[in-house]
Design a protein around this ligand. Sequence first.
Ligand code: SF4
Ligand code: SF4
Length: 402
Amino acid sequence: MNNLVADADICVKCGLCLPTCPTYTKTQNENESPRGRIALIQAYTSGELTDSKAVRAHIDNCLLCRECERVCPAVVPYSRLIDNFRSQFYEETKPSLALSVLKKVAYNKTAQRFAQSSLKLYQTTGLQKIARSLKLLNLLGLGKMDRLLPTYTEPTTLAEQYSATADCKGTVGLFIGCMGSLLDHETIHAAIKVLTATGFNVAIPAQQTCCGALDLHSGDKATADQLASINTQAFTNPSLMAIVTIASGCGSQLQDYAYPEFAHKVMDISQFLMQANVNLSAQLKPLAESVCLHTPCSLKNAMRAEQGALQLLQQIPQLSITKLPNTIVCCGSAGSYMLEHSAMAEVLLADVLNAAESTPARYLVSSNIGCALHIQAGLQERGMRMEVLHPIVLIARQLAQA
Ligand code: SF4
Ligand code: SF4
């Protein structure tokens, strides 16, 4: 409680954060703003408000996009404040079925294998089509999860070490993430390919696990701490010059670990390549296409690394890049938010889809798997044929053809 009060009291109620907050701009409700939520926490902790359910509803509507943190002149540690507040009520909160499934699959390797074979069966036997047409999963509250599922691809076994194929500059650790290892093998292999081709050995410790973001943001601090401990032990090798992430949602969580020697090494892959002065222009085949660049809020507001993807993509000759307008703060995916607050998630997604629709882009690139799945589902529902992929995949494809 003391930490909550101290963090909340940093807020000077200036209101500069309000116009940047997606839930406030969509509702115009002070209780759905950063300042309003801080005031609610203050009122609750002081005893002025006693209805914890009503307060929690407003706190839980927060996306944790951290746009308010980025603009706050008083540097309120807003994300920490919300996580700490939610953790006070963790024991009495019943997670939705979707969140329970997601957490199970996130860090249980047996559950991951089961999920992989179930997904294969579900998609290759036509069960998915039948379930979707009859809306069967909606009855179980899993319909929102089903719409996010990408087309099944066979999982590939990863080695623990990959050697640089160009003059060696050092070794990096690659954090693959639980959802990435389950649903997005192309991004993992693209990262290995680009890193080794640019002179980096890649270490992928097998004992790494989920980053813990789902747990922390749903109030389960104890599990988040356990996962942090496993990951820091997995990447203890002191010769690692960086711990590279391919999902900014994971990267932002890893950077917040209470293990400075680990957290300081964590970097988004595009940012890492740019800071290492990697220049691939001569090795990349031209691509006379247009790409729409989505910047996840975790990349911009938490990792503060939004320039990397743009600079990296600019190395592809002839590629035309359109950034989504700055007025778009969060696409609404926000970890499990898109499953548990689907109405607001859809409203925010519509802004992204409208902006993407107004471009001639063939691709939409995003550095976070959660955003990519959410946006891909929205594009499909609108019948738009834009391919959603990680920037490193586009780089690897052009490298492959060079
Ligand atoms: S910008 Fe910061 S100090 Fe100002 S109201 Fe928002 S959270 Fe409080
Ligand atoms: S984290 Fe995002 S949604 Fe939550 S209060 Fe801040 S700006 Fe609003």
